[in-house]
Design a protein around this ligand. Structure first.
Ligand SMILES: Cc1ncc(COP(=O)(O)O)c(C=O)c1O
Length: 397
């Protein structure tokens, strides 16, 4: 049977990672892969996570099955992180969370659930979006539609075009939104724009599906949750996929969650049972380790304070690199304006340079950037900024 298979195309970001690893040049820079790196170019284990792991080693006394919904305490903590511990929605009985294998697993559980609830509903995604959104959602059998999000020429969100398209979204369709730190552009909705989209969702009857994979990396844990929280105040239904890969640095532990807001508590129970049935069919139960660490950190005053301080450090470092890069390449002979980088948030920005320039940076200078011109600002550090800036100036011409 396997003779009928053809090789699939590798994810372009994974191919870029492989090419970077295989590059023998000593002076090379990885601005492609979407993980946080410290000033030594290393993706560290957070100190709070290390401490929680040490405690867990002592405390954990079983590896027995945990349950389809994962760790109940983790789910409670994630709800409080998303909505804020005092949000009225938490007392409404209309919200349910289950643990999922990373943000990706969460997105797929959400998509499968949409397929069960409304098999003909279309999912509207902004262009550009995180490339993996498309297979994760369409793989569940759902149709994808596009709405314009980022204007590559003006280097900002094309609010008018986006709102114009959203005004035409049929009732019952789903609109995918990035909660914060938009991947790949770094261009986030303002609070006012979130409110406008919430009003439109209410008026048109479309359902927001918010992917929030970077809470805390933009402006901070509270501000980054504005969209989720304000929409929950207004709307009867929505879905939120969240991830602890970035804000806890738990990438390989596959720690995520999927949250459903339903119109009534009775519907919420049905949705939760359907979500668990989806999970049971796909992977049975989520991995435990990462979620136990998150629950321990968020449930312990000292660990939580430590984590929150480390998250601040991560965010501050990224923003410092954002500023440094802008300063170092802003005065260029080509007269290109890079000031948009400073307005953006999270780990990424679009440079907005030509594809030949991206190729030259890779081929001549060993600087790896995704072809969309997305750069991971955390890949910049005090040891490579001079080389990066000089190479950029050489290539911009
Ligand atoms: C926008 C977005 N959503 C979801 C994810 C999924 O993260 P993970 O599956 O690693 O938790 C990512 C990871 O890069 C992302 O950028």
């Amino acid at each position: 049977m396997f003779e009928h298979l053809q090789p699939t195309k590798m994810d372009p970001i994974l191919s870029l990672m492989a090419a970077y690893r295989a590059d023998p040049r000593e002076q090379k820079i990885d601005l492609g892969v979407g993980v946080y790196m410290d000033d030594r170019g290393h993706t560290p284990v957070m100190r709070a996570v290390k401490e929680a792991e040490a405690r867990l080693m002592e405390l954990e006394d079983t590896k027995s099955y945990q349950g389809i919904a994962g760790d109940p305490q983790y789910n409670e903590h994630i709800l409080a992180l998303l909505f804020g511990a005092q949000h009225s929605i938490l007392k409404s009985g209309r919200v349910r969370t289950i643990q999922a294998p990373g943000g990706s697993g969460a997105l797929r559980v959400g998509a499968e659930l949409i397929g069960r609830a409304k098999p003909n509903a279309k999912v509207w995604v902004g262009i550009p979006t995180w490339p993996n959104h498309i297979p994760l959602i369409s793989g569940a059998g759902l149709k994808i539609q596009e709405y314009p999000y980022y204007d590559l020429v003006a280097r900002k969100i094309n609010v008018e075009a986006m709102m114009e398209t959203l005004r035409g979204v049929p009732s019952g369709d789903i609109v995918l939104l990035h909660g914060c730190c938009h991947n790949p552009t770094g261009a986030d909705l303002t609070e006012e724009q979130w409110d406008q989209i919430a009003d439109l969702a209410l008026e048109r009857g479309f359902i927001p599906y918010i992917d929030t994979a970077y809470q805390g990396l933009g402006e901070g844990l509270e501000v980054d949750a504005y969209g989720v929280r304000s929409m929950a105040m207004k709307l009867p239904e929505m879905i939120i996929a969240s991830s602890c890969s970035k804000n806890f640095g738990l990438y390989r532990e596959r720690t995520g969650s999927i949250t459903f807001l339903s119109a009534t508590p009775a519907q919420a129970d049905i949705v939760a049972s359907q979500a668990m049935s989806v999970a049971r069919q796909m992977y049975s139960m989520p991995p435990a380790h990462g979620a136990l660490l998150v629950a321990m950190i968020l449930g312990d005053q000292q660990l939580r304070a430590q984590w929150s301080q480390e998250l601040d450090e991560v965010r501050d470092r990224i923003n410092a690199m954002r500023q440094l890069l802008t300063e170092r390449i802003q005065q260029n002979d080509a007269g290109m304006d890079f000031s948009h980088i400073q307005q953006q948030r999270g780990m990424f920005s679009f440079l907005g340079i030509a594809s030949q320039q991206i190729e030259r940076l890779r081929d001549e200078y060993g600087i790896y950037i995704v072809s969309s011109t997305r750069v991971n600002l955390a890949g910049i550090n005090s040891g490579n900024i001079d080389y990066l800036a000089a190479s950029m100036h050489a290539v911009l011409g």
